[in-house]
Design a binder for this molecule. Structure first.
Ligand code: TXE
Length: 456
């Protein structure tokens, strides 16, 4: 595999991919090593995770640079992702023992019958990961999975292979045995080979299309399958907001990470009374976002990590224009070296347009005027996805009224594009199956065992 810098087109490395044979050998090694890892006291497993955290912190600048070079993410955002990983590890370090503690749930009056819930690791799991936030989406899986006593076959996205190597080196240096966290390198073909192994669970982050294929392949095997897929996340801006502040916050939610986040704002509905003012403030905000060399400290918009996405964005813009949308900013790829798309704001859009229906996953956003909150809610829920939904309003009551009916795993009042380790991260409909983060996202890497214990 050639690892290419999306910002320049330069080849960064040439890496051999795993094939069916090497993947199987890796699986067998992980299978053999897992019981020993699970038998270690939890404290020792957590000590290795804590050592990994320390290494990430120490090497943060290097790791951020590699991430920026291979995915085109602005350097400040790469650092921010790594610092976020540290916070998530802190959460797992603090909560794992409690979340996985054996629980006595019943003792009868005579003290003879006892019921307990135990938590056993799943065994060997496959973690097929994505490129847009490799430290976040990977860490949400491999950190709690390892802490719970699983062995992990970790396949980073082919677009984040070098970062996958860093993660593996640091985990091993931190004391996680080489056969307990095993790197599997390659694209979808290697992913397919990985899924053919008799693993005990599959944890995937990526597109709906691939997720559906994975669900079909694991369904018959009755193994735990978690799919974190994309979104078409909406925001409603009510007419009682501070227009400038709301526009700045929503623009950040739409364009951070160059719009390549699962929870990027992808659709904006604005109350018609403030629509013109909001559009003006929003466009001014986006105009101020600097696009350029991702290694430059002042860059906010980076490169498009996957080349095929440029065709997707072109198609959405052309379709919107044809159906009457206004191109308020951008609208085209940027010529020159590497893969770039100008930050694009489309006004007067509607739900007949692809840009309001299909995941954009890039720096393109549609703004639509709505007459009231009921119309906004109907449009927010008119989607195949259901990852997040948000409302900007001065009124908590109004926001809660709308968000209670929003069909999404996560809802936001006066914020967006936000993930917390303390809260479960999950989607409905095509946004996925299962969850990560929170104490549920620790227990999900175990299977509960029901103990019925009667004293003779
Ligand atoms: O995803 P894929 P890609 C969305 C986003 C993006 C699009 C494509 O819209 O533009 O998906 O991105 C592995 N069996 N999201 O190509 O193909 C693959 O090698 C087993 C949203 O990255 O789904 C990689 O490791 N594995 C998302 C992983 O699956 C297979 C983040 C994801 O690849 C496989 C990323 C197969 N048949 C993309 N085919 C989010 N939730 O944020 C591929 N893979």
């Amino acid at each position: 595999m050639k690892i290419v810098n999306p910002a320049t087109g330069a080849v960064l490395a040439d890496v051999p991919a795993d094939n069916a044979k090497t993947v199987h050998a890796k699986y067998e090694r992980a299978r053999a090593a897992q019981p020993g890892w699970a038998a270690r006291p939890m404290k020792r497993r957590l000590a290795a995770i804590a050592a990994f955290r320390a290494l990430v912190e120490r090497r943060l600048e290097d790791l951020a640079k590699t991430l920026t070079l291979e995915v085109g993410k602005p350097i400040r955002q790469s650092r921010h992702e790594l610092k976020g990983l540290l916070g998530r590890i802190d959460f797992f370090l603090a909560e794992t023992a409690r979340a996985l503690r054996d629980e006595k749930v019943f003792v009868d009056r005579a003290g003879k019958m006892e019921e307990r819930i135990g938590h056993e690791p799943l065994g060997v799991i496959a973690n097929i990961s994505a490129w847009n936030y490799p430290y976040f989406v990977g860490g949400n899986v491999f950190v709690p999975a390892l802490a719970a006593g699983n062995a992990v076959l970790y396949k980073p996205s082919e677009y984040a292979t070098l970062t996958g190597r860093h993660i593996t080196e640091l985990l091993h240096e931190a004391g996680v045995p080489a056969n307990v966290f095993v790197l599997v390198e390659g694209d979808g073909r290697t992913g397919t080979a990985l899924l053919r192994q008799p693993v005990d669970g599959v944890f995937f982050t990526g597109s709906y299309g691939t997720g559906a294929k994975i669900a079909a392949s694991t369904g018959r095997r009755m193994i735990k399958t978690q799919l974190e897929l994309g979104g078409k996340d909406p925001i409603y801006v009510a007419d009682d907001v501070d227009v400038k502040a709301a526009a700045a916050a929503v623009a950040d939610g739409a364009f951070y990470n160059t719009g390549q986040s699962c929870c990027s704002v992808e659709r904006v509905y604005v109350h018609e009374r403030i629509y013109d003012a909001f559009v003006a403030a929003f466009v001014a905000e986006v105009k101020g976002m600097k696009m350029g060399d991702p290694l430059d400290e002042s860059t906010y918009i980076g490169a498009i990590t996957r080349k095929p996405q440029i065709a997707v964005l072109n198609k959405q813009v052309a379709d919107a224009k044809k159906k009457g949308a206004q191109v308020l900013l951008g609208g085209t790829p940027v010529k020159g070296k590497g893969q770039w798309f100008a930050p694009t704001v489309l006004g007067d859009v509607d739900h007949s347009m692809l840009v309001m229906r299909d995941e954009s996953f890039g720096p393109v956003i549609g703004l639509q005027a709505v007459s009231d909150e009921d119309a906004a809610l109907d449009l927010m829920n008119d989607t195949e996805y259901g990852l997040t939904a948000g409302v900007y309003s001065a009124s908590e009551k109004r926001a809660k009224r709308i968000l209670a009916k929003a069909n999404a795993g996560t809802v936001y009042w006066n914020c967006c594009d936000r993930v917390s380790p303390r809260l479960p991260w999950s989607g409905v409909k095509h946004s996925g199956l299962g969850l990560t983060l929170s104490t549920y996202g620790i227990q999900t890497f175990t299977r509960p065992k029901a103990w019925h214990l009667r004293t003779a």
